[in-house]
Design a protein around this ligand. Structure first.
Ligand code: FAD
Length: 811
């Protein structure tokens, strides 16, 4: 066994084998995999091993397409061919128009990745899958490339290729401990000796938290028991002359594929069960949980009704094994929060279909620092402090129960809520607030017109349209108040704070005390990594001179890791998070200055406190820090208040607000207004797949200011010119907003992809942002948007259509 290597991958299921293979493909061959037993002896060996193409976003579709292409290549390798039924096809069934509409959206989204789904009617479903009845069926989504693979052969093939390239695999070698050294390298302790390495990867399946504990972290991953059975031969299958396509059923929660001349049917029962919550028997190896078909009778009935042939055939094997879930159904693939040189590829619940792609994206992150796609939907840092073991289990159960039911826009399911709240949450609930969830925080979405107001889940504009319009209107004419909780706020102190931030940002962000600026952070490839509002506060009785770094709530762990990783030895910079201690009240609208002036002493005039200023004060008697900045495009103040004083500040503002026609507004109103202003959202419009010039952030880049992270790469990219451009679009329909991922088409060709969309209530315009090919990026360029299967006209417009010269913000 080697005593020193570059990377140790722990775990030899599909996750570990795929990572090891892809590390060698990316050029790192001095790498090792250690497995406590035999390869695939965790979950992988007994997987139903269906390989599908369907994903909820382009990253998922892209990585699954990679799996399929890779598996095809492996299957066709004459030296070591493996069993892969490639291209049996598969159908996701639907019995409501809303599901069908959703499938049309996913087809539009996948087309941008050159993956082609088809939405088909009930009769066509039955033609392609002759065993199914069309009762209570509207149609389905056809995926021509679905199939299934032999999981053990797949892992062996990957390990074999990795070994050929120079990697080593140590079986029957349990990892018993991990030690991280001062220089951030690791020693991996095993029963057969220690291995020193630069980087460790946790790929331990359901034992993820045994190895997590060895490095002092808890991963938000929980296991569920999951069952399928295999039937005897079915004559209709034997005689069909073709293989049966896969089936996924959101109506009755089962899946099904052909196995020999019978069927394999798997269940997602409502009466489901977590597994291993209080520890896992160390001898649970190549093992299964006891059969429990009684638990799945609810789902069985649905499967029997859809496929009557099942009622007449015997069951010869039942498989019940642990399957891992996270709190949003997607795995955790990337850097482990708060740790250096430590990565994970865990929480895979469709690891055979996805594993090829996840290993590929993880290896790219390890070797190059970033993958070819934006991997935020997989990033382990997307969950923060709320993601504990109990919350994870609740979400795992909910997700399991809804396995094939996709989330509609604005849908937030109830399990594990409320997770993060402020003292105002119950107050705002009593005011009629409906909440959305942002990084676990309950954030006001809009104020309900009636307690029993429940908008339809749909891809169309819903019943909140007029509610949001009214919130925007009052804000535009008078003044509105919103709580924005969970906003990521880092306090940066020390003499070198400005030099440090200057190195991290690609522009020249103000260093003047009392002033605020917006800056962008790039990665080492010159691509957009993060966005931050920088507020410079002078020394006061509240602390030394400091910078407040503000960014999206979801960026809490991500931004902290990125900043910490770039601190230099001896640099006088301290970073501390205030995210969970302070909350913002946003006061916006032409009368917001009147309200603020009436509750906070001082001169708040345009001259004394202009746009992009920051000042400490008291709102009533609540200590506050006020920024004159606006995400709405109206005169606005962000008032940052310690949570202990939040209610006091709220009462003061509400009392004065009564005289100024103040009403509450929520996230949907903010979303509408930021679309009109050309303001971008991190991880919707600001992605690591694009550089700041492609993203239209030219005015925030200063290439000649000296060195900064990503500068050299950006200069190089700049020489070869833009590939894509982010544009604002006007969409010609009043039926539905453009949804992220939807394709923009010209003469049958995809020319762009939507990142965000929504109705601009002040403009009376359906607006969207999208990255488009250069030749269609000029204002006036016309194209078609595939909006849930309907082709509607879309036209590029100048950015920031509402008050483009910012006269209202500066008023
Ligand atoms: C019944 C069932 C049906 C399924 N059907 C499908 C399907 O149709 N399609 C699909 O895509 N997915 C399916 N899945 C899910 C899929 O099987 C899993 O997502 C996948 O196998 C997980 O792989 P993994 O590598 O993450 O974990 P595992 O296969 O569990 O591998 C983890 C490995 O880590 C090793 N390990 C643990 N601790 C240590 C340690 N301390 N030291 C060294 N090694 C260690 C373990 O021994 C194990 O080999 C199914 C799952 C189940 C249970």
């Amino acid at each position: 066994m080697k005593s020193r290597t570059k990377v140790v991958v722990i775990g030899g299921g599909i996750a570990g084998c795929s990572t090891l293979y892809h590390l060698t493909r990316e050029g790192w061959t001095d790498v090792v995999l250690v497995e406590r037993n035999e390869l695939t002896s965790g979950t992988t060996w007994h997987s139903a091993a269906q390989v599908t193409n369907f994903g909820m976003n382009q990253t998922m579709v892209g990585l699954k397409r990679h799996s399929i292409n890779l598996y095809k290549e492996l299957a066709e390798d004459p030296d070591y061919p493996i069993n892969y039924h490639h291209g049996d096809g598969g159908i996701r069934l639907a019995n409501t128009p809303e599901q069908i509409q959703g499938y049309h959206h996913f087809a539009s989204m996948a087309r941008g990745m050159d993956v082609h789904f088809e939405v088909i009617g009930a009769e066509e479903c039955a033609r392609r899958h002759p065993l199914i009845s069309t009762d209570n069926l509207l149609g389905g989504l056809w995926d021509p490339l679905d199939g299934d693979i032999d999981p053990a052969q797949l892992c062996q093939a990957l390990a074999r290729r990795a070994r050929k390239a120079g990697a080593e695999v140590y079986r029957n070698t349990p990892v018993s401990g991990l030690t991280q050294h001062k220089d951030d390298t690791w020693t991996v302790h095993t029963e057969h000796g220690d291995i020193d390495c630069d980087i460790v990867v946790n790929a331990c399946g359901y034992r993820v938290n045994e190895v997590g504990a060895m490095m002092g972290v808890h991963h938000p991953v929980a296991s569920m028991e999951h069952q399928y059975f295999l039937t005897e031969e079915i004559a209709a299958i034997r005689d069909a002359g073709h293989r049966m396509p896969l089936l996924r059923c959101p109506i009755s929660d089962y899946y099904c594929r052909q196995e020999k001349n019978g069927l394999l049917v798997g269940f997602y029962e409502q009466d489901c069960k977590t597994w291993g919550m209080d520890g896992i028997d160390p001898n649970f190896v190549n093992a299964l949980c006891p059969d429990d078909l009684d638990r799945v009778t609810d789902v069985l009935e649905g499967a029997f009704a859809r496929m009557p042939a099942l009622m007449e055939v015997g069951i010869h094997t039942v498989v019940n094994g642990p399957i891992t879930y996270t709190i949003d159904g997607a795995p955790l693939v990337g850097p482990i929060p708060g740790k250096r040189n430590a990565f994970c590829i865990i929480g895979l619940r469709a690891g055979l279909g996805e594993g090829g792609g996840h290993g590929w994206l993880l290896a790219q992150q390890i070797v190059h620092g970033e993958a070819c796609y934006d991997t935020w939907c997989l990033d382990p840092r997307r969950f923060t402090g709320h993601a504990n073991v109990e919350m994870t289990a609740l979400k795992a159960i909910e997700d399991y129960q809804n396995e094939f039911r996709f989330h509609f826009p604005h849908e937030h399911r109830p399990a594990g809520r409320p997770a993060k709240t402020t003292p105002l949450t119950p107050i705002l609930a009593a005011e009629g607030a409906e909440f959305t969830v942002v990084n676990g925080w309950e954030r006001v979405d809009y104020i309900k017109p009636a307690p029993d107001f429940h908008p339809t889940l749909s891809f169309n504009f819903d019943e909140t349209f007029d509610v949001v319009a009214a919130e925007v209107k009052n804000l535009q004419d008078n003044v509105g108040l919103a709580e924005v909780n969970g906003f990521n706020r880092l306090e940066i102190t020390g003499d070198d704070r400005h030099a440090f931030l200057d190195r991290m940002m690609c522009g020249a962000v103000t260093k003047r005390n009392g002033r605020v600026g917006l800056g962008y952070l790039l990665n080492h490839h010159g691509m957009v990594k993060a966005e931050a509002t920088i507020a410079n506060l002078p020394a006061s009785d509240r602390g030394p001179a400091r910078v407040w770094y503000g960014s999206a709530a979801a960026g809490e762990y991500h931004d902290m890791d990125w900043l910490q990783a770039h601190l230099r030895d001896g640099e006088d910079v301290q970073i501390r998070s205030l995210t969970n201690d302070q909350t913002i009240l946003v006061l916006a609208g032409p009368r917001s200055r009147d309200v603020l002036s009436a509750c906070a002493r001082g001169d708040w005039s345009r001259e004394a406190f202009p746009w992009l200023s920051v000042r400490e004060c008291f709102v009533g008697f609540a200590p506050a820090t006020v920024l004159n900045i606006s995400f709405s495009g109206e005169l606005a103040y962000e008032i940052h208040i310690p949570n202990a004083s939040l209610y006091a500040a709220y009462l003061a503002l509400r009392k004065v607000g009564e005289d100024h026609g103040m009403t509450l507004f929520g996230a949907r109103a903010i979303e509408s207004m930021r679309m009109e202003k050309g303001f971008l959202h991190w991880k919707a419009d600001l992605l690591t797949e694009f550089d700041p010039f492609e993203t239209g952030l030219d005015r925030f880049v200063k290439l000649n200011k000296g060195d900064f992270v990503g500068r050299d790469a950006l200069m190089k990219r700049n020489e070869s010119g833009l590939q894509k451009k982010l544009v604002s679009l006007k969409v010609d329909t009043t039926e539905a907003p453009a949804h992220g991922g939807a394709s923009l088409m010209l003469q049958g060709r995809v020319v762009g992809t939507i990142t965000s969309g929504g109705w601009g209530h002040r403009m009376g315009m359906n607006l969207a942002y999208g990255f488009v090919d250069l030749e269609v990026s000029n204002p006036g360029s016309k194209m078609l948007l595939d909006l849930c299967g309907e082709l509607v006209d879309a036209e590029v417009i100048a950015p920031s259509p509402y008050d483009p010269d910012l006269s209202r913000v500066r008023s």
